[in-house]
Design a protein around this ligand. Structure first.
Ligand code: SF4
Length: 250
């Protein structure tokens, strides 16, 4: 990425934040307050959120912009050689709900935005079915450059890139992360358990409640698994409601 592309990426982050503010913070953030602080660990986001609801009224994108600037035209791992664009992440910088996938694919590499291909369109529908819009949530991946042939990211690539994801999530402070797919779930949870066992109940990542579920790309190949994903998302929606996160449930 050259300087111009980097500036454009930063400008896109600012534009998204302004659009989010202009929408009046109606959905995707708690009613009445900007954020709810949580205890550092524990699987129940509602239990974490209750009783301690002061904090910042409006989040701001400056934390994410600083992280993007630190990332720069990153060459920290070998994936830099084959990418067209760094896929940093997109969405509400104060999102109560974040989605984390594995890695960019060809469409994402070409556009610089996560989840824009067929799987991304399905993810958008899932978000809308939850009574939210794409702009209400934050969407990103464990690594930010496309692995060749869409292979799984390798340990050295994860080690180089995950610190930036951690910083992004620390800045956004989502109440819940939905982790998309086996690889992302196993990576974030440092687990070898199959996604069929991990999904459906809240886990904890860096003190944030994390719900593993199937990747939208898997759903495109196995539509019958949509039932399980919807069940997982219903658990997430129930917790968002307990936390007072506004969404259109009509
Ligand atoms: S995958 Fe991450 S660490 Fe590797 S080059 Fe891309 S941005 Fe840098």
């Amino acid at each position: 990425m050259n300087d111009r592309d980097e500036l454009l990426a930063i400008a896109r982050q600012v534009k998204e934040h302004v659009a989010w503010l202009e929408r009046g913070n109606v959905a995707g953030v708690p009613r009445g307050v900007g954020r709810v602080h949580r205890a550092p660990d524990g699987p129940s986001p509602s239990a974490q959120g209750r009783g301690n609801a002061n904090v910042t009224a409006n989040a701001d994108a400056s934390g994410l912009i600083a992280i993007r600037e630190d990332l720069g035209d990153c060459t920290r791992c070998k994936l830099s050689g084959g990418r067209k664009n760094i896929v940093f992440g997109v969405g509400n910088p104060a999102a109560a709900l974040a989605f984390v996938g594995e890695a960019p694919g060809a469409d994402e590499d070409a556009s610089g935005e996560p989840f824009v291909g067929a799987a991304g369109q399905l993810l958008t529908k899932m978000i809308q079915a939850m009574g939210l819009q794409r702009e209400d949530v934050y969407i990103c991946n464990i690594i930010k450059c496309r692995p060749p042939g869409n292979r799984n990211p390798e340990p050295d690539e994860i080690a180089a890139c995950e610190p930036f994801l951690k910083r992004q999530l620390a800045s956004i402070k989502p109440k819940i992360i939905v982790c998309l797919g086996k690889f992302a779930a196993q990576c974030l949870l440092r687990s070898d358990a199959p996604i069929s066992r991990l999904r459906g109940t809240f886990q904890s990542y860096e003190g944030i409640a994390l719900m593993p579920t199937f990747h939208p790309a898997y759903l495109l190949r196995n539509p019958s698994a949509k039932r399980e994903v919807w069940s997982d998302l219903q658990v997430v929606m129930a917790e968002l409601d307990k936390l007072g996160v506004a969404r259109n449930s009509g």
